[in-house]
Ligand binder design. Structure first.
Ligand code: PSU
Ligand code: MN
Length: 307
């Protein structure tokens, strides 16, 4: 049993690990299944640069030919952006994808798992999965939530889209002991908008305090991750009524088409994107970049505390 045989690092990440530099993990589902080309690859590269500019090293995570890549080269980022043969990989998919030497874009859950294997504590993404609407009947609850309950990685995000039942998502996180911390906000954000109608558990205003809270949780032996909720900047936020209209239509179409299982989230994300046109894409890009800046600062602070 050798874990290392499944993992490959880029030179940049290998060097960062050797020197004990702060590292920030990034997911690849957002590239392969979350945005159109070429905005997906441009955003991925910009986000990596923002992390470097704030003193941390980016490690975008994905699976190529059955190997977990911690850090992707320019060409590999391009591959994830254009290839149609990339599976969406969550916890349950990992063993099969590696066994069969396939390519996979990692979800929040799978990226957390791989980040942990690589010793990376901070992970930046756009939005997390959650309890789906009518999830109390379908039991469609994203594996992102169970991962947050058990894997020691802090996830910086802009909340969760209201394609989900945000109230039940927050209830589930509470049940599983996952802290939901607002970064400079009292509200749990809803991805495209700064508010969701629900509050975060606690608010923290500085990277240093956020890093201290993360360290405290793990020092106490309280396993699992944290949700660090960083709302989209005011000037990039969308109008609430516009978002809701698109989401309602998307949900209706998913129902008519009988979309189920792992296809639900990509279907809804795609439809919302279609229905809101370029605006939602601009918002999406802006919030991920904003999260990268916050995540890098928190990673730098955590690195100092631990160093
Ligand atoms: N929510 C978003 N954008 C995304 C996803 C969710 O706003 O890109 C992706 C993430 O990779 C997340 C996954 O981990 O969808 C959740 O899928 P599911 O609901 O099937 O667990
Ligand atoms: Mn699901």
């Amino acid at each position: 049993m050798r874990l290392e045989q499944w993992i490959e690092y880029t030179e940049e990440v290998k060097e960062a690990k050797r020197l004990g530099k702060p590292i920030v993990a990034l997911e690849s589902t957002i590239i392969s299944h979350g945005m159109p080309y070429p905005q997906n690859v441009n955003t991925a590269r910009d986000v990596e640069q923002i992390i470097r500019d704030h003193g941390a090293v980016p490690a975008t995570i994905g699976i190529i030919n059955g190997k977990i890549k911690i850090g992707l080269t320019r060409d590999e980022l391009e591959f994830f952006a254009v290839s149609q043969e990339i599976e969406k990989v969550s916890r349950r998919d990992l063993p099969y994808i590696l066994t069969m030497n396939k390519n996979g874009a990692t979800t929040v859950a799978a990226t957390m798992i791989c980040a942990k294997m690589a010793g990376i504590d901070i992970f930046v993404t756009g939005g997390i999965g959650g309890v789906h609407l009518e999830g109390e009947n379908t039991l469609d609850i994203s594996a992102d939530l169970t991962e947050l309950a058990q894997t020691n990685v802090a996830v910086v995000c802009a909340g969760a889209k209201s394609i989900l039942d945000i109230e039940r998502t927050l209830e589930y996180l509470e049940t599983r002991g996952v802290p939901v911390i607002g970064y400079k906000t009292d509200d749990f954000p809803a991805f495209y908008t700064r508010t969701s109608g629900f509050k975060v558990d606690y608010r923290i205003d500085t990277p240093n305090q956020m890093a201290t809270l993360i360290k405290t949780k793990w020092e106490l032996g309280l396993h699992g991750g944290l949700v660090i909720a960083n709302p989209v900047p005011e000037e990039d936020a969308m109008e609430e009524s516009k978002v809701q209209e698109a989401i309602d239509t998307a949900l209706e179409q998913a129902k008519i088409k009988g979309i189920k299982g792992k296809k639900v989230t990509p279907f809804l994300l795609n439809k919302v994107k279609e229905l809101t046109g370029g605006i939602s894409l601009q918002t999406n890009i802006a919030l991920v970049k904003h999260n990268a800046e916050a995540g890098a600062k928190i990673a730098v602070a955590l690195n100092k505390l631990s160093g």
